[in-house]
Design a protein around this ligand. Structure first.
Ligand code: PEP
Length: 253
């Protein structure tokens, strides 16, 4: 059974004590995640240790990094390498978020290197893709996203690609309050799966979790997650509010 995932992306938000309060508030709820369900917290790297401590003993809940460097070590001041994350128990790393593509000029080729670095330490890349508004308005979203996937992931073997989680995040829906309709999400998620099916075969494509991101909140999570090719969400703003993210976790199918 494909994994269903609620992933929080805190981005560059919260002080240490605010992070602590958020997790405390969140864990006032006892979550009952099924074997195929996961909750993941992509926190600022400086809070990985404290978040991991809070998650200790909690079933199917993991801390994640929001980015990593493509090299394993070296003179790259301020950067953090994938093996460093592995050494502190991080098993999931978000890659290619649209903010990193835009503000840090991360290219498809660079992201292919980062994907390799994460898979090399036996961790899960949460690979983000998604189109800007002008591409959506021109109706070219499928071609655009397909190119992102091909350029950064198609060098992987079938054994490797099933370890990757995809997060489809239309840029026009990130942090804007504008959510793709569940029909729009389903349509492009099904297309993404078909892209993998054409390269790796249907049974491999059926194993890949494809999350939707873009103004997911308590009010729309159930409807989005009920779509057959939407396997959960990558959540920014609403993951900073305990009651919202609790409801989003509970909306997993
Ligand atoms: C995100 O940061 O990946 C995201 C989808 O943000 P938001 O939920 O705030 O739109």
């Amino acid at each position: 059974m494909r994994k269903q995932i609620a992933a929080a992306n805190w981005k560059m938000n919260l002080s240490q004590s605010e992070a602590d309060s958020l997790l405390n508030e969140l864990f006032q709820t006892a979550f009952h995640l099924a074997a195929h369900q996961e909750a993941i917290f992509a926190v600022p790297s400086i809070y990985i240790h404290q978040t991991k401590a809070k998650l200790a003993g909690k079933q199917n809940m993991y801390v994640a990094a929001q980015n990593c460097h493509q090299k394993n070590n070296g003179a790259f001041t301020g950067e953090i390498a994938a093996p460093m994350f592995a050494s502190v128990g991080v098993k999931h790393i978000v890659l290619g978020h649209s903010e990193r593509r835009e503000y840090f000029t991360e290219s498809d080729a660079l992201l292919a290197e980062k994907v390799n670095a994460v898979l090399a330490i036996d961790s899960t890349p949460i690979f983000c893709c998604g189109e800007p508004l002008d591409i959506r308005e021109a109706g070219n979203q499928n071609i655009f996203v397909e190119a992102q996937l091909k350029n950064s992931l198609f060098h992987l073997s079938a054994e490797q690609i099933v370890k990757v989680v995809i997060a489809y995040e239309p840029i026009w829906a990130i942090g804007t309050g504008k959510t793709a309709t569940s029909e729009q999400a389903q349509e492009i998620h099904a297309y993404i799966r078909s892209v993998f099916a054409s390269k790796y075969g249907q049974s491999i494509a059926d194993q890949i979790s494809i999350l939707y991101g873009g103004s997911v909140k308590a009010a729309n999570a159930k409807e989005l997650f009920s779509q057959p090719d939407v396997d959960g969400g990558l959540v920014g703003g609403a993951s900073l509010i305990a009651s919202e993210f609790t409801a989003i976790i509970n909306a997993l199918q």
